[in-house]
Each structure stands twice: as C-alpha cells, then as structure tokens.
Design a protein around this ligand. Structure first.
Ligand SMILES: [Zn+2]
Length: 247
C-alpha cells in the first residue's frame, strides 16, 4: 500500500505501509500510534517512523485511514440508535470514498499566514507538548511577535481546522422505522482503535484456549497458520461440548 500525504515533512510526502498482522498486534497492543511506525516500509524519500510526530495531523490521519483500509478493508459499518423510537440500525459507507471527499474539500495552506502572521500546523509532537489542551494549542501554533488576540482565536482555530482537519464526521441517516434523522459522530482514529481492540481480544482468547489445552507458548501459537489455529479451536470446543453433553 503506497500513498502520498498533503504536507509531509521536509520534502518527504510518500509512504508505503504493510497491513497490520497478529504478531504486531500481540506484541504492541491495540494502539494505532504504536502500530503505525511498525507498518511503515522503508524507501528512498519515504516518510520514516521518525517523521511521524512531526507530520501535520491530517497527513497522519490519512496514513491511518490507509492502514485501516489495507488491514480491514474499505467498507465501514456503523450501528446507530434512533433518538426517537429507539430502533437500532446500521449504516455502511466506503472509507476510501469518504477520504477522497475529505481530500477534495480540503484547502491546503502552503503559506500558512493568518492576520499577516505565520503559523504552524498541529502535529502529534505539538499536541503532546500542550498536553492536548485545545486553548493552549492555538497559542502554540501562532508564531507572531505579539500574542494571538483573544477575539481572533475562534477565527484562527477555524483557519487551522480548514488547513488541517481531523478525519471525523457526523453520520446522518433516516431511521428505517420512523423516518427521523439519526446522527452519530464517527472518528477514523476512534474506529481504528475499536477494531484493533476487538481483534486483540479475539486473538488473546484463541491463544488462551490453545495454551491451556496444549501448553504451547504464545509465540508457537502465533506461528501457526490461521486456518490451523481456527480448526484446532473448533475441535477443542466441539470436544468440550460433547464432554458436557455426556454428563
Ligand atoms: Zn426511529
């Protein structure tokens, strides 16, 4: 999977990443920020793991979206609750289409000037430096000689959000039962983290079943082809059900 970000670091805007696998998930946990560096492939002029903290957030999120699609596929299903009648229903959309739309609506700011003053785009390093405090963030990005005026903060934040949006959206869909519009906030990063957690839980449960049955190590179990593992677990569960049934 290869792609190109919008701003990049220095002259580097290209990247290539491999899909996430169980070994990485088991070793590093379900944290997208720890898994992303491992997924990156080396290449001349490619973004490297060291670049990630310095990347503008939109670039980083585009890479996370790419990693998501490469690992789980581009189709996303979201469960929504109707606020009116309580019906639960699901809405499906294509991550790739959505990302394409976000890219089209984006206004990249090469000059990054606001009120005649230069500013920086938010990065993970900058976010960490202000401890994710949104108010402090605006002042940290502003690079004027004098402080950012209080009555210009909202307009400045809007400018930054346009140049460097987060991949988040309000999903709207009509309820199939009553027709009322139901909404749900979707963030790419949150959704990726949820998928990784579910995956890791299943993986750990598989490892637990095999380890307690055969006394194999986690490393040995992870080395098994997935099909073998699934077949073994099916057999173990079938046998346990039979044992229970015979009592
Ligand atoms: Zn409804």
């Amino acid at each position: 999977m290869a792609g190109q970000v919008i701003y990049g670091v220095g002259k580097r805007r290209n990247y290539a990443c491999r899909p996430l696998d169980e070994q990485a998930l088991f070793r590093l946990g379900a944290n997208p920020d720890r898994l992303m560096p491992l997924a990156l492939m080396q290449g001349e002029n490619n973004l490297s793991p060291d670049d990630l903290p310095e990347l503008p957030l939109i670039d980083y999120e585009l890479m996370l979206a790419h990693l998501y699609a490469g690992t789980f596929g581009s189709a996303i299903d979201q469960n929504i609750d109707c606020p009116d009648c309580g019906k639960k229903f699901s809405v499906a959309f294509s991550l790739n289409d959505w990302v394409r739309e976000v890219r089209r609506g984006l206004a990249p700011r090469r000059d990054r000037i606001f009120d005649n003053v230069p500013y920086a785009l938010p990065t993970r390093a900058i976010l960490a430096s202000v401890k994710r405090d949104r108010k402090a963030l605006a002042h940290r990005l502003w690079q004027g000689e004098t402080a950012l005026r209080a009555d210009r903060i909202a307009a400045f934040e809007a400018e930054v959000a346009k140049a460097c949006p987060l991949l988040t959206d309000e999903i709207e869909a009509p309820c199939p039962r009553c027709g009322e519009t139901a909404r749900k906030r979707f963030t790419l990063r949150g959704h990726l983290a949820t998928r990784l957690h579910t995956w890791l839980r299943t993986l750990l449960s598989d490892i637990h079943v095999l380890a307690s049955c055969y006394h194999w190590s986690a490393a040995d179990i992870l080395d098994l082809p997935r099909q073998t593992r699934v077949a073994l677990i099916d057999t173990i569960q079938l046998q346990r059900r039979r044992a229970r049934g015979s009592h």
